[in-house]
Design a protein around this ligand. Structure first.
Ligand code: S3P
Length: 438
């Protein structure tokens, strides 16, 4: 069976209301911080994606107690597993692999091997391995620990201070997890603020931590308090529909109960500067995270130059911004985004190739793109590079295109958003008979 999907332009625009599945980043953290709590963390609306399922599977193999009923998940500390015989397979998930390093490095008596799929085995791991080694972690792997598979022998860790060369919430959280298990405090300083879900969840459950601008300190804590939370809708999943609504004439949609943590919503700020019609109705916050309903209507947009410090706050939405830029008037400049080259695919190259194949005017830079618009998008066949966000971005491009688009290997959407094509059919009349099998 083909895993390619054929999508026709959305006639009349995107219409309706949608509730998004739970946020992927927060769901991972429910698992990892639950693993350090004997009472455990319980979460409703846990992410339905394969990445968070990888986290739960690995944590179970690492001795944690995991209960899952529908979208409700409870994770708590179990017995120390000692030597774990089966490899911990993080699948496609960078967050799972990197946070496992932070968790296991400080668990004495544990031996584990962490691996992943073909894409994950090419992604850089030195960024977590090097600082963890400074704390005393025993981790090894190909290239001196630069890549998976990594072997970890857990032990006692000391405290320390790290100035990260890049803003990365995964590296920061790996070090926070190590710090909670260490014998001294751990301080992480980032060059710009990355998503702060870990800090918010820890504060919500009452764990002391110190935070000043981009500098955060955690202290050893032998048993985290437990809690129950409801995971807000995933902003990065909502971003696909925000994009579709902005670029398909006639659109008017409402996305309900979406996480609107300001360290994640740089995309909205950028779009507003471009002239987008976006209204936010704030709702009651959940688990220390702000939540809101987002109304988006089709808008005429102007090109923009994205500011350097905004890049980490919209890192996963940059492929969508590149698509939007093809429909905006003038030049959009996205730079300082070299991190995109080490995501699930090289997202600068995947987007530049795919958008050009559809007729867009894209100049590829080492650290981003210059995109000149507006250009009509033609039909055709585009590669997803087996990258969930690229597959979904080109599926949204198809809604605004002049002819149908085939997206290759589209089953990878299940990594973060298995309901994506069902939701696409719900919001767009034009794609009711979508040919797609999960
Ligand atoms: C994530 C952090 C980001 C992001 C990824 C999820 C997280 O990665 O791209 O999708 O949950 O911490 P980096 O930390 O590598 O920037």
């Amino acid at each position: 069976m083909s895993n390619d999907v054929r999508i026709r332009p959305a006639e009349g625009g995107l219409k309706g209301r949608l509730t998004l599945p739970g946020d992927k980043s927060i769901s991972h953290r429910v698992g990892f911080f639950g693993a350090l709590s004997s009472e455990g963390i319980t979460a409703e609306n846990f992410s339905s994606g394969a990445d968070c399922a990888s986290t739960l599977r690995c944590l179970e193999l690492a001795g944690c107690l995991v209960e899952r009923i529908g979208d409700k998940v409870r994770v708590r500390r179990g017995m120390n597993p000692g030597e774990i015989k089966a490899p911990l397979d993080a699948g496609n998930s960078g967050t799972t692999a990197r946070l496992l390093c932070g968790l296991l490095a400080g668990t004495p008596g544990v031996f584990a091997v962490i691996t992943g799929d073909e894409s994950l085995r090419k992604r850089p791991m030195g960024r977590v391995v090097s600082p963890l080694r400074t704390l005393g972690a025993r981790i090894d792997g190909p290239g001196g620990g630069a890549y998976l598979p990594l072997s970890i022998r857990g032990g006692c860790l000391s405290g320390g201070t790290f100035e990260l060369p890049m803003a990365s919430a995964q590296v920061k959280t790996a070090l926070i997890l190590a710090g909670l298990n260490a014998h001294g405090s751990v301080t992480v300083v980032e060059p710009a603020k990355s998503r702060d879900h870990s800090e918010r969840l820890l504060r919500h459950i009452g764990v002391p931590l110190r935070q000043e601008d981009n500098r955060i300190t955690v202290y050893p804590c032998s048993d985290l308090p437990g809690c129950s939370i409801r995971v807000p809708g995933d902003f990065s999943s909502a971003a696909f529909w925000i994009t579709g609504a902005l670029i398909v004439p006639g659109s008017d949609i409402v996305l309900e109960n979406v996480g609107i943590n300001p360290t994640r919503t740089g995309f909205l700020e950028c779009l507003k500067k471009m002239g987008a019609s976006i209204e936010i109705e704030e709702k009651e916050s959940a688990g220390g995270e702000p939540v809101g309903n987002i109304r988006v209507r089709y808008s005429e947009l102007e090109g923009i130059e994205v500011e350097k410090d905004a890049i980490p706050t919209m890192i996963d939405e940059l492929p969508l911004l590149a698509l939007i830029a093809t429909q905006a008037h003038g030049v959009t400049k996205i730079t300082h985004a070299e991190e995109l080259r080490v995501k699930e695919s090289d997202r600068i190259s995947s987007m530049a190739k795919g958008l050009r194949a559809l007729g867009a005017d894209v100049e590829e830079l080492e650290d981003g793109f210059f995109i000149t618009g507006p250009t009509p998008l033609g039909g055709g066949c585009v590669e997803s590079s087996k990258d969930h966000r690229i597959a979904m971005t080109f599926s949204i491009a198809a809604l605004a295109a002049q002819d149908e688009i085939i997206v290759k290997d589209a089953q990878c959407v299940g990594i973060s958003y298995p309901e994506f094509f069902d939701h696409l059919s719900m919001l767009s009349e034009g794609v009711k008979d979508l040919e797609y099998k999960r």
